[in-house]
Design a protein around this ligand. Sequence first.
Ligand SMILES: [Zn+2]
Length: 490
Amino acid sequence: MLVIWKRISFLLAGIVVCGWVAAPSRAQVGQPSPGMGIPDNGSLVGDTSPLAREAQNWLVDLIKINTTNPPGNEQVAAKYIADVLTKEGITPELLDVAPGRSAVVARLRSSVVADPSRALLLVAHMDVVGVDRSKWSVDPFGAVIKDGYLYGRGSLDDKSMLAANLAAFIALKRGNVHINRDVIFLATTDEEQFGDASLRMLIAKYWDKFAAGFALNEGGRVMMKNGKVQYIGVQVAEKVSVNIAVTATGKAGHASRPTKDNAVVHLAAAVDKIGNYSAPVHLTSIVRRYFEGLAGVEDDETAKWLRVVDTPDRGEHAQRVLADMNPSWNSMMRDTIAPTILQAGVRVNVIPSEAKAMLNVRLLPGDTIDVLVNELNKLVNDPQVKLQVLPEGGLAAPNSSMENEFYNLITKVSAREYGGAPVLPYMSTGATDSAQLRLHNVQAYGVSPFAVTEEDESHVHGDDERLPLASFAKGVDLITRITAEFSVTR
Ligand SMILES: [Zn+2]
């Protein structure tokens, strides 16, 4: 493996340098840039396919390193990545956050004095969620290639992005180019549990090591439909996760003498009401823009509803239709509440005095949990049922700008790379590390660069998670080009 890498990287170094060095002279003489059908500045980076092949090897190795969180054990992956960087002549640093858990950071400097406000951070997490091995058709940590897919936990979330970031970062180093801002590579720990080793902790302990004004992270999407790219979503905001404990109390006793005062019955009634509740629609500016753009690429029937979603006369009906069509759209329009855990009773013949449920709430940015809890209390209307907001919820972060130079560049390069497909601002319903970054004044953007179908996406956090291999090289190419075009001086 090692020997092969060295040989490929040597070849690649030549190719990439050629690409970069040759580009300005071609531009000066006004010739169209060759290869890949990329107009204007596309020739800044040469052919990235050898780089993508290397990145695929890194991805395979990273999938085989089991970083299931808990416990994470990301230090093994961090050391692997540090080795890859060291071989490139880059000096990485391990940032220890907990026993067996280390992030890894590396920096390419643009000048002696760093200007964090200009720096670009390439960030991805190393940990993955657990697996139910019995439901997988292959070894989840075997990195099996089958039918054009690379199977494995983390193949989409988020080791593919990790490998792509690593590739983009290494390409800059190999290119030996003059960069106009520091570029920082960061592989993080504990993203999936958001616990004591998460980015929040890394920021608290090590912010100076990776402080940046701009970041590329997971959270966006390149949506494939009917064999072509339908649109590219760039994540500029995300919903906020908050958990609520619902506790019902009642009279304990022998199950042979039941009364109406049963905690289980009170809880069940409350969960039924909450589960069937729909919070009011609140269309944020991002979701409006997203729906507008989507209307241009969806089928006529769907587009018709998307176009009137915000109108006074037909809006309400359209919102209902769209919410029924797609759970993601429903979640983009309102706060959502999902009952996820039920707990009651220890013996089948004993009525318990207490029954508990857990609700996972996803708030729209700008909405507050107190307002929602008030509504739910009115709805449940039962003095024997109490709702308690649990600490350690997500934090509401400002949106990233849809106006700045970095957002414009991401839009331009993504559209060019994906044949002119529309690029839409996107609010993810799930949480990413970008909220933490945005809270620290980082303009963070979610660009998950690999073209996937809804079906592919549905395996994330589920069984048989898999990456279409044809999409991988293109994704590596996109991240490399965005990184280079934003940071290389021409
Ligand atoms: Zn992730």
